[in-house]
Design a protein around this ligand. Structure first.
Ligand code: NIG
Ligand code: FE
Length: 414
């Protein structure tokens, strides 16, 4: 099957050769072609270039993209899409003055979702999660990472990871599974942290590895959750099973967690609403991708990741949604890109680099996704007719997407 896209108004993120990520000042450059064509052969990008140089090409289907922008689908490297129920009561409680911390201390928050998850069947959780996944695909996401972490029991964590496995089997976009048993301490282990860490290491991990249910390992490294030393134990145990770390860190407090993650060569460090100069120094020349989650900052009214400061220091940055029932009940990457521009002062070029190629890096798929490069997967967004790609963050409440292609197939035609 050959699909030819012609007269593309702006073809974004064109890279002649495969790159893994862009850092610092490079992020300001988003290479594009005006009035371009792009040829898809089966699931891959086979050719692209300016219309003036288009050779004679055979095709099965032709799409005239006049006035439309074409770009790689979003790579959302941090989500908790698999969960049961919702937490809108906590949302209202926060409006009425309670903080995220106060709600968690009353047994709300992560423990509230864990109670729900453990009381819900695997089939029902799959059904709820499938709908969320289909929604984010229709919003332009073409690669997604999904975490466990609302089970907090051997059975609950396995149940979540099996749901993710089933999503991987039934959907063609790349899905990476991250084991987040270390998301919070269950009530019965409140005074016995080591007891729960032992359950994670000695009971959960061997079973997860035996069923090959996880690609990465995560922990919530935060005051009141997992300490640096406790997270080191989790990362060490994951390493033994070949699971690289992607860690929730520096959301509310900076306690030298980033250094510990970099020492373990974590693939990513995520949240970073609070970042010290020392943290920035540690991230320089590391292989670890910093990931910002601006919809979380927006939803629970906490500071935004200091993107400008980090990029000006030469660091790369990725953007992701954090889609979860507590701090970010939205998986819309278009809104993330807009919020990054509006609130974090990232330029549209920087934000789109962060949401495509750098997002791909933060979930280990940048060899195959995240840019318009011959041989990469044809996972593409085709917008409605718009004056320029700046419209994507500018018209922040509008749905500008007309088509989404995954592996060269149109999965959503509006
Ligand atoms: O990434 N910070 C830790 N975990 C999630 C929120 C979990 C929840 O409130 O359900 C996050 O924001
Ligand atoms: Fe998260």
């Amino acid at each position: 099957m050959r699909i030819l896209l012609t007269h593309i108004h702006e073809l974004l993120q064109v890279r002649e050769t495969i790159i893994n990520k862009v850092s610092g000042a490079e992020m300001a450059d988003l290479p594009l072609l005006n009035n371009a064509y792009l040829l898809i052969e089966n699931d891959l990008i086979a050719d692209f270039g300016p219309m003036s140089e288009m050779p004679e090409l055979s095709f099965d289907q032709k799409i005239n993209c006049k006035g439309r922008v074409v770009l790689p689908t979003w790579c959302d490297s941090h989500t908790h899409i698999v969960y049961a129920g919702s937490r809108e009561q906590e949302f209202v409680d926060r409006i009425n003055g309670l903080s995220y911390e106060e709600i968690a201390n009353r047994g709300g928050g992560i423990l509230n979702s864990a109670k729900n998850l453990n009381a819900t069947s695997e089939d029902e959780i799959y059904e709820q999660s499938r709908k969320r996944l289909e929604e984010v695909i229709s919003q332009g996401t073409g690669a997604v990472e999904i975490k466990s972490g609302y089970g907090l029991s051997v059975e609950g964590e396995l149940k979540m990871l099996r749901v993710i496995k089933k999503l991987k089997e039934n959907y063609s976009l790349p899905i990476k599974a991250t084991f987040l048993g270390a998301h919070a301490f269950p009530t019965e282990f409140k005074e016995n942290h080591q007891g729960y860490i032992d359950v994670i290491i000695n009971e959960m991990l061997p079973k997860i590895a035996a069923e090959s249910l996880a690609d990465y390992i995560d922990a919530f490294l935060e005051t009141g959750y997992f300490s640096v030393e406790e997270t080191q134990q989790i990362m060490e145990a994951g390493k033994k099973y070949g699971l690289r770390a992607k860690i929730h860190v520096n959301q509310f407090t900076a306690i030298n967690g980033i250094k510990a993650c970099v020492d373990y060569d974590a693939l990513s460090v995520d949240h970073l609403e609070v970042v010290t100069d020392e943290d920035i120094k540690v991230l320089k020349n590391a292989n670890t991708m910093p990931v910002a989650l601006p919809s979380c900052s927006f939803f629970i009214s906490i500071p935004y990741t200091p993107a400008r400061k980090m990029m000006d220091a030469g660091l790369p940055l990725a953007l992701a949604t954090d889609f979860n029932p507590g701090t970010t009940p939205s998986g819309n990457m278009n809104l993330v890109v807009a919020t990054a521009c509006i609130k974090m002062k990232m330029t549209p070029e920087e934000a789109i680099n962060a949401a495509t190629i750098n997002g791909a890096y933060a979930m280990g798929v940048s060899q195959t996704h995240g840019s318009i490069t011959i041989g990469k997967k044809a996972n593409l967004i085709i917008t409605k007719p718009i004056s320029s790609f700046y419209q994507i963050p500018y018209a922040f409440g509008s749905n500008l997407i007309e088509d989404v292609l995954i592996d060269g197939e149109i999965v959503r035609r509006f």
